[in-house]
Design a protein around this ligand. Structure first.
Ligand code: SF4
Length: 225
């Protein structure tokens, strides 16, 4: 086993609130640190601090679950901001866990082990975190991975109509559509959201965030990921 050590913000067991695996029970390992500062970030507590764990110590925390090794979400912050995150994913895969990596897309996915399911965000400009790496990273996505976009206002749909040709054709080519469109507020989403999903059949699907309404999730406050 590699002797990587990682700064961890929190480890908890809950129900996945969004994306392809919404509703599934999972362990969440939230790594400290993120190079981005999305305007609607819901986990600023993960920007720094936390406790340092060895891989073995993380494995011990997860084995407190009474069930068989199940799913583990490796999340953040931005989990790939720590080099040891790849070692953690390999370690957990070797121990029979299924891994969902929740990433902002701002750091290369080149080293992510093949057995990991990737949930990658595409940050549109209103997030304050648009970057080119997320477009390059589409190259590393594979069948079974998926993409999410957080939107916050009707203006985001003007941007998507004008600019999503930057990534939709690449995702279509790889069989990775539809994209999950996630609303970042607790309010009723703007009508433009449903109109847009209906107008672009097959490219987008309306994403839910179950944790905001039903589940206790110590890491979530009022935003996205
Ligand atoms: S939302 Fe995610 S990617 Fe954006 S600043 Fe917060 S932790 Fe980083």
């Amino acid at each position: 086993m590699k002797n990587s050590r990682l700064a961890i913000n929190e480890i908890f067991y809950s129900i996945q609130g969004e994306g392809l695996y919404a509703g599934l029970p999972m362990w969440f390992v939230r790594l400290t640190g993120c190079p981005l500062r999305c305007v609607w970030c819901d986990t600023p507590q993960a920007y720094d601090g936390g406790k340092v764990y060895s891989l073995e110590e993380i494995g011990r925390e997860l084995s407190h679950s009474s069930s068989r090794p199940g799913w583990v979400s490796i999340t953040g912050g931005e989990p790939l901001a720590q080099k040891g995150s790849t070692d953690l994913m390999e370690f957990l895969l070797q121990n029979g866990y299924r891994i969902l990596l929740e990433t902002s897309g701002s750091i290369t996915l080149e080293e992510v082990p093949l057995g990991v399911v990737i949930s990658m965000d595409i940050k549109i400009p209103s997030s304050g975190s648009w970057n080119e790496e997320q477009i390059r990273n589409i190259d590393y996505l594979k069948k079974g991975d998926y993409v999410k976009i957080v939107y916050t206002s009707p203006e985001d749909f003007f941007w998507l109509r004008d600019h999503d040709s930057l990534f939709i054709p690449l995702l279509r080519e790889k069989g990775l559509l539809p994209v999950f469109l996630q609303y970042s507020q607790r309010l009723i989403p703007p009508r433009e959201a449903t109109d847009f999903v209906l107008e672009r059949t097959g490219d987008y699907r309306f994403g839910v965030q179950l944790h905001k309404f039903f589940f206790e999730d110590p890491g979530k406050t009022d935003g996205k990921e």
